[in-house]
Design a protein around this ligand. Structure first.
Ligand SMILES: NC(=O)c1ccc[n+]([C@@H]2O[C@H](COP(=O)([O-])OP(=O)(O)OC[C@H]3O[C@@H](n4cnc5c(N)ncnc54)[C@H](OP(=O)(O)O)[C@@H]3O)[C@@H](O)[C@H]2O)c1
Length: 221
């Protein structure tokens, strides 16, 4: 059968779950492998759910020989409890998945980072995302796409106070997010997902970093 193969990590999350549905419905993909730690409860002929121990990713190497690798993993400090635990999910797992996939011949690595990612930042979160970006650049993929969304909007099962307040302000103050401030405008998780899928179909090689307003433009086309 013609078509590409994809590996996705984070398929139970806001962006990742939206992306998973886009990928399995897309004619460009014949198979989508979803690395999860709990079942997805979706059945689809193109989907292969792989329940893994993320601390032993190398044991699942035989699923990593794909065309496109999509990383939508992440957590919050509230859930992770410590910065070390958060770093493991937001940086170590994405880098290890990329390392194994590159070794298995994957061509394109697409990862969700965050607005303001900066390895020199004083604050932990932007510094962590900046370090993620630096580490994935060292993996040597032919094509690397880094997505830096602003505050994410969408339906979550859990309540995140900071994001709810941010979303409320962002919606109420839409008129402020023009010109150079457009990159701060909140963005729907499903728009990020659509943009990742579209970028995966583009032929250009090399590294590209997509700011939130660019993600919005691509995802809404
Ligand atoms: N929230 C925002 O406003 C915002 C803004 C900019 C960038 N971002 C970044 O965007 C990315 C995606 O965000 P999102 O809101 O779509 O994420 P999300 O809904 O919180 O989903 C996170 C995904 O990571 C998985 N995950 C979490 N802990 C894990 C662990 N210990 N082992 C394996 N998998 C684990 C989750 O799996 P389970 O379902 O099994 O937990 C889920 O699939 C994240 O990197 C985030 O930092 C977020």
């Amino acid at each position: 059968m013609e078509g590409k193969t994809a590996l996705i990590a984070g398929a139970t999350g806001l962006i990742g779950n939206g992306l998973l549905h886009v990928l399995i419905d897309a004619p460009e993909y014949k198979k989508v492998y979803a690395l999860v730690r709990r079942p997805l409860e979706i059945n689809h002929p193109k989907l292969m759910e792989v329940v893994v121990d993320f601390d032993r990713l190398i044991d699942y190497k035989h699923y990593f020989a794909v065309d496109d690798v999509f990383i939508c993993l992440g957590t919050t400090i509230k859930k992770a409890k410590t910065q070390e635990a958060m770093y493991k999910i937001d940086v170590d797992y994405p880098v290890e998945i990329g390392r194994i996939a590159k070794e298995c011949g994957a061509k394109h690595y697409l990862v969700v980072s965050s607005m303001n990612a900066d390895s020199k930042a004083k604050l932990f979160y932007p510094r962590m995302k900046g370090e993620l970006e630096e580490k994935v650049q060292n993996l040597g993929f032919e094509k690397l796409s880094i997505f830096r969304p602003s505050l994410l909007l969408g339906d979550r099962k859990e309540f995140r106070l900071g994001e709810e307040v941010g979303a409320f302000l962002s919606k109420g103050l839409t008129f402020l997010f023009v010109g150079s401030l457009r990159k701060y405008k909140a963005i729907q998780g499903k728009t990020v997902a659509k943009a990742m899928y579209k970028v995966a179909q583009q032929k250009e090689q090399g590294k590209t970093i997509f700011a939130s307003e660019e993600i919005e433009n691509i995802g809404r086309q």
